[in-house]
Design a protein around this ligand. Structure first.
Ligand code: SF4
Ligand code: SF4
Length: 90
């Protein structure tokens, strides 16, 4: 668990599986657009065929308080509250 002053919230029902969050995360961390290098996985429910993002790496540092994944998600499936008191990313 990382505490950094802020909270990422994932809203699974809003996810459209576009992978923009993965692209943004990988570019921020590796300077490459490579979903497999991002700290996010997209889980797919085989029954509903819907996807939902999950933070997979404890190396996630919330991008120092300006999460690229949340900024990249046009569907608000990942949101960030910077003033959340005891924020964490698990
Ligand atoms: S969380 Fe947002 S950016 Fe990531 S795949 Fe889902 S809709 Fe796309
Ligand atoms: S907040 Fe974490 S998961 Fe999101 S882009 Fe930054 S390092 Fe990646």
């Amino acid at each position: 668990m990382i505490s950094i002053g802020g909270r990422l919230t994932i809203w699974p029902d809003r996810c459209r599986g576009c992978r923009s969050c993965q692209m943004a995360c990988s570019f921020t961390k590796t300077l490459e657009y490579n979903p497999s290098a991002s700290y996010i996985i997209l889980e797919r429910d085989l029954e509903t065929e819907k996807t939902a993002p999950m933070i997979k790496s404890l190396r996630c540092d919330l991008c120092g308080g300006n999460p690229a994944c949340a900024a990249a998600c046009s569907y608000k499936a990942i949101t960030f509250e910077p003033n959340w008191e005891s924020g964490s990313c698990e």
